[in-house]
Design a protein around this ligand. Structure first.
Ligand code: PRP
Length: 202
């Protein structure tokens, strides 16, 4: 039995569709249940940011979440495969028409991804105050809470509808399959067989 932590939402749905394609049958969580056991697999339904936690602690051998989450958390896992789903980018967003001025003495940026934001501004040698938020990041520049945001852009609609634009791409992301480092050593054959089966269907 292999346990796999999945992030609630579209990536979980698409992953279960892949399993259905590989093994047949119905891979679906029952209404409010957070565990799905099917064949040789056990799936856990968790918040995206919690997937690396389940895997690094060994509560799940495998996990799937966005590359940006792994980078934000510096997750010590073995990355196995780019699933090419959940594609998005992390971008610097500013009010339409504004541009980042690296010579500015002080800037406030709001984000959920504090570490990615810090690394981005550090590379530019900019002194930036990072304001941690948990959602609706696009609201920050509209209310004066921040001058800029570092956020996920998928279609770009949220920024567009809130009078913002992506002025710089910080990183490109997509969903990754990864393993607990010890589990990967101990159960390499099983894990690699699953990886190969997934490669066949994507
Ligand atoms: C993410 C992100 C943006 C939005 C981008 O938010 O933080 O707000 O999606 O998508 P778009 O470019 O297609 O408009 P999410 O839906 O995760 O909600 P949150 O703000 O509550 O985190």
């Amino acid at each position: 039995m292999l346990s796999i932590a999945l992030p609630k939402g579209r990536i979980a749905d698409e992953t279960l569709r892949l399993f259905k394609k590989i093994y047949g049958g119905d891979f679906a969580f029952e209404s409010r249940k957070l565990i799905l056991t099917k064949g040789d697999f056990r799936f856990f339904l968790v918040r995206s940011q919690d997937v690396p936690t389940y895997v690094t602690h060994g509560a799940a051998e495998l996990g799937i979440c966005g590359k940006e989450t792994l980078l934000e958390q510096n997750a010590l896992v073995t990355e196995l495969l780019d699933l090419k789903i959940g594609r998005c980018k992390v971008a610097l967003g500013m009010r339409k028409g504004e541009r980042l001025d690296p010579s500015i003495s002080h800037l406030k940026a709001a984000t959920k991804m504090v570490n990615i934001a810090k690394r981005f501004f550090a590379k530019k040698a900019m002194a930036v105050e990072i304001v941690k938020l948990y959602g609706s990041i696009e609201l920050a520049p509209l209310t004066g809470l921040a001058d800029a945001i570092v956020d996920i852009v998928e279609t770009g609609e949220t920024m567009e509808e809130n009078g913002l634009e992506a002025v710089e791409t910080i990183l490109e992301s997509s969903a990754r399959l990864f393993a607990n480092r010890d589990s990967f050593i101990e159960r390499k054959a099983e894990i690699m067989a699953l990886r190969e089966a997934i490669v066949e269907v994507i």
